[in-house]
Design a protein around this ligand. Sequence first.
Ligand SMILES: *[C@@H]1O[C@H](CO)[C@@H](O)[C@H](O)[C@H]1NC(C)=O
Ligand SMILES: *[C@@H]1O[C@H](CO)[C@@H](O)[C@H](O)[C@H]1NC(C)=O
Length: 888
Amino acid sequence: MKLTTLLAAVAAVAPLVAAGTFHEVPRGKISFVPNAYIVEYEQSTSRTVAHNNFRTHRIQYNVRKEFDVFHGAALTIKSGHEGDALANIPGVKNVWRVTVNKIPQLTAAVKGKKGQDVLAASLHQMTGMDVVRKRYKLTGKGIKIGIIDSGIDYKHPAFAAKGASEGCFARYGKNCRVKYGWDFVGDKYDGYNTPTPDADPMDCRGHGTHVAGIIGADALDIKGKYKPPQPFVGVAPEVTIGAYRIFGCKGDSGTDVVMAAMEMAFNDGMDVINISLGGGSSYKYNPQAVLAEKLIAHGMSVVAAGGNDGGDGPWMVMDIGLSDKTSSVASFDNTYGLYFSFSYGGKMAYPYMPAETYGYKPLSLPSSATLVPIFEKDGSLSDGCDPSRYKGVEKKVVLVLGDYSRCTAEERGNVSISAGAVAMVFQTTPIGMEFLIGVPEFPMASIENWAGDELIKTYKKNSKTKIDWNKKESNFRVEAGGAPSDFSSFGLDGELRSKPDLSAPGGNILSTVPRSMGGYMLQSGTSMSAPYVAGAHAIYMQAKKKTMRGDFVRQAFKNTATISSNLLSRTKASVAKQGAGLINVLSAIEATSSISPDHIDLLDSKHLRRKVQITIKNSGKHTETYRLSHIPADALNAYPTGNSFPIGDPLIEKDYASVSFSHSKIKIRPGQSTKVTLSFTEPKKGKSNQFPIYSGFVVATPLSKKSIAVHVPYTGVKGDIAKVPIMDKDLGFPGLVLVDNEGNLKEIPSKDYVFDLTNEFPAVMDRLGSHTPDLTFRIYKANSAQTKNTKLSEGDFIGYMLSENMGPGFGWAGRHKNKDMNGNLVYDVWIWGGKVLPKRDPTLKPAQLSSGTYRVVVASQRKLSKGIYPRDFEVYDLGTTTLGSLSK
Ligand SMILES: *[C@@H]1O[C@H](CO)[C@@H](O)[C@H](O)[C@H]1NC(C)=O
Ligand SMILES: *[C@@H]1O[C@H](CO)[C@@H](O)[C@H](O)[C@H]1NC(C)=O
């Protein structure tokens, strides 16, 4: 690895009083485009004046993009001038780097096949959309949705106007459903190189076409080559679509491109935009957030995916920094899915999921290979971790319990192979079908929990029963369907706001892909649930004849969502998982009552908002009497053992807050609203030092039978949020290591080791289990008095580390995932070449420290604290490190 010298190039700038603020890139995984900036002007500064000012201050730049709704521009600056210099120009309010957004990852994808009829309809039954379509004939006609994504295969027949056999794209074409759009980037754009825009938003990647199909495909009567596996429709099959393409065929997309697309969507009169961008957190305003707020204020709806990190525990919801008013959407699994299956005596077929390491291929084995369960001494099904229990398994299919706490699927696969078995099947516990990584090429699969029990019963009746492996996939009602998807990320966000907002079907969703990719595909992810909500916004707007603003539509959906149970505990799933519940389009349209605000953030024990006012409105034609009630939901405990990195699968605790109401019944006349005061008491049992996230719903039920009840979700954390661990101490983070110029990490050989800063550098490794408003890397004189961590004399403070690869050592940081896609631990490495920033003022010139010994301290600000150092920080003194002299 070559050390990047980007940040080392920070220019000498006179320490002026900054006119505007330069927001350095947020810490963590966020990448940026070198020398590219987004500049927001003061309201009183016109575009012309701003450019004059740049010129008189001898800034050399090119304009990447002039914005319109957003008062500013994206610029590329000749090196020598950096963001801080721009911030100093009169009339400049804010400067940000152009950062890079990633296209969201999808979970497993399965090619479209026959037999998806049930599956294609079941999602609309889950959300009441089937009734809405029949009863009200709502199809999104007259509503425009802008899809900011990888473009759309607009020639796909599912996007054709009624009666036409092929779709089309033309702004004025009467019969084109994709009527608006633009390609902002060109095929070769990857987020870092120069975009080559053109007018044609054709999709070469598939993602945008899948999203568009969920929103608005009409694949009911397609014949011929692109006949779907089963007829289906998107949520709003007559909606008008804008295809704003911001991704090339590979790679990422810059903020300036996304903002340009958001503006064009607005100028084209889109009612809803669908947008979801790379990770991060919204501690600090970013330009996309500034723009999103403006668009929402103009009445647009902005919908975004909540993220697919459900295996990583709390604080993980993708907080795209698009403001509190966007809808962050979680996922529910479709009630049906398409699976391979086998039969085992009798007619019943058992669906299974082949292991990733078997390429998700169907298991095809001779029927002479019979089943052999591995039992424990007490007769229960064994996890198969003990090799001595594998007896008589030669040429057979081994069945074990899918418990992965004692050993991995791969280890058990190897044991099975050496014992002579031909395949291995795992009974998922407690329910569902587990995604398996086993031994490459060895047939392995997971089955549902009930299936395991049935197989054992049959086996006990006749151990010679044959297995028939079916070659084709078919529809199955799935055990874990109709409930929150495992992969869907948990909230809350870094400021304890209740996120995600609500859920929609996102697991096992059939939709369109470009014709060149086969036309149809089944996919899972919050990238599937978010467009469902975007489509539902269109339906709602059509139903209400566009009299409602975007933020009101979100409230209507949240108020009327279906509160769902956790399938295991049968208690209500946490609000941090399901948000306000599963979207119910029918109830949202038919409801004549509403509650605002649409969520209640109780914060932590220290800041607990004991009394909260809500407003209930009766917009119906008759006086209503409402009964108020409380539905508690699961509390989640991710710190059960004093661990500092949250566990991925938080414990569910039946520990509930209690709520009392200023009125338990209230009468409200038509068109009127009434305020009700709620008094909250924290849950009693939960341990404050384990920081359970508790939650629930406050419901207003109209007594007249036909009227629909409305609710508002609440969330809180028991304990002092300031004490929630930030750094992963369990694994010994943070720590000082040696990095060589190949990028290898090594232990530092000795305490007084001298780094030459040419071939070897000191580096700090960090790994965060929750957000921090400010992660600082502080450098002190070596001899600084050190009795206790926090007792360093601040008089010996030299400055903040300026890392060669990570930039300035201060600013907010989101939490890390546990492992990356390849199973490697996730952390950051801050390589230090001896540069420091004396103050938190990026306009100051960094200093290169002379050779000598320095003390390195890492400190992360506790959540919701004022940020007074060291009182409000977790502080780690990493000891001293010795820098040699720089060889020039
Ligand atoms: C399983 O066996 C393969 C081949 O011998 C080996 O490479 C792999 O490391 C083994 N896996 C485990 C977990 O023992
Ligand atoms: C549109 O929404 C879906 C779901 O959030 C997402 O996968 C897609 O990438 C979105 N568009 C953008 C620009 O992110």
